[in-house]
Design a binder for this molecule. Structure first.
Ligand code: GLU
Length: 338
């Protein structure tokens, strides 16, 4: 089936999905970080940003939630970009995990201990790769990296930062454990503090869609056209995230929607990267038992399937790709003539 990619058709489809999913009131907001328990369970926003910079929204697409675990993707991407894919592969690695995202048993029993950059063990260790003595400079490095993807200065949710900082004993324990295995690369107190602030940055569905889209284009910002990270680092991030981003639901997601990378966070955000097509951002705080936004997974599954290039023709989503295809066809014709 060929998908109609006109603006009207895409917007109508997103509106339809929003209407269908909005009444779903199941799930519970996260409570293990006390401030997250105050989140609005009715908040629901969707945004889709295409590689050629079109923006489609439904619901409260500009209302923010703390980014939480989704922030891990940007530190991993920065490590791949600035330090090299071989460095992150060696110092963090990428092993599958079927245990909860902050499992102490996982840190002990997994041969690499750091597991992968998208669970807490590997994520805090990834942040530690950028450790510097000047804590504010260290924090700025990690936080301002995310602003580049969003294309705007993201704000810090101070109450969430304080609340998580006061209750992060598990993350401290994991970090000391990693240090004992020689798999942690900075001061524990400072790194966990900076990691906590990276998780407390506010993002909307529109921010998440824009940020996801940078990976979908292969590292270029969909609005400014600026290169944010190398193509190689974007490819690494997309691939490393596959099958890892949605906690214990990851494998099922991968089978259901077909090779599309996604990451969720306990604040209720989800971002979905559809290579060569665009990014989807979803925000809705009530979570399922695995820690994923209930409405986010329901709407994200329908949207990702619809926009998946493996299932639908998608050439018109990305002008660059279209131009490349045209050139390719022209070259082929010239070759035939010769
Ligand atoms: N800041 C949270 C933590 O470290 C992130 C967890 C998540 O979103 O999965 O516990």
């Amino acid at each position: 089936m060929y998908m109609n990619t006109s603006n009207e058709h895409i917007q109508a489809f997103i509106d339809k999905v929003y209407k269908k999913v909005k009444p779903n009131k199941s799930g519970n907001v996260a409570t293990y970080i006390p401030q997250l328990a105050k989140a609005d369970p009715n908040l629901f926003g969707i945004c889709f940003v295409t590689c050629d910079g079109r923006v489609f929204k439904a619901g409260q697409s500009n209302k923010t939630v703390p980014i939480e675990s989704i922030s891990k993707v940007f530190s991993a991407a920065m490590a791949a970009d600035e330090l090299g894919v071989n460095v992150i592969n060696e110092k963090i690695g990428n092993m599958g995990s079927s245990l909860p995202f902050n499992s102490v048993i996982g840190a002990v029993l997994t041969p690499t201990h750091t597991i992968n950059p998208f669970v807490n063990q590997g994520a805090i260790a990834t942040t530690s790769l950028f450790y510097q003595k000047n804590k504010e400079a260290f924090r700025k490095k990690i936080l301002s990296n995310m602003d580049k993807y969003a294309g705007r200065k993201l704000s810090l949710n101070k109450p969430v930062y304080k609340s998580e900082g006061a209750t992060n004993s598990t993350n401290m324990a994991l970090s000391y454990l990693l240090k004992s295995f020689d798999r942690f690369y900075g001061d524990v107190d400072d790194t966990v503090d900076v990691y906590t602030s990276q998780c407390s940055v506010n993002v909307s569905a529109e921010d998440l869609a824009t940020m996801a889209c940078v990976f979908a284009t292969g590292g270029v910002h969909p609005h400014s056209g600026d290169r944010i990270i190398s193509k190689n680092a974007a490819k690494y991030t997309y691939r490393a995230l596959r099958g890892e981003g949605l906690y214990e639901y990851s494998a099922k997601w991968d089978t259901d929607v077909g090779a599309i990378s996604a990451k969720s966070g306990v604040g209720g955000g989800i971002f979905i990267i559809i290579k060569g097509v665009g990014g989807i951002g979803l925000v809705s705080p009530p979570l399922d038992k695995m820690g994923n936004s209930v409405r986010g997974i329901q709407a994200g599954t329908i949207l990702a399937k619809k926009f998946n290039p493996l299932f639908k023709a998608h050439a018109t989503f990305c002008k660059n790709k279209k131009t490349r295809r045209k050139k390719h066809k022209k070259n082929k014709k010239t070759q035939r003539k010769v």
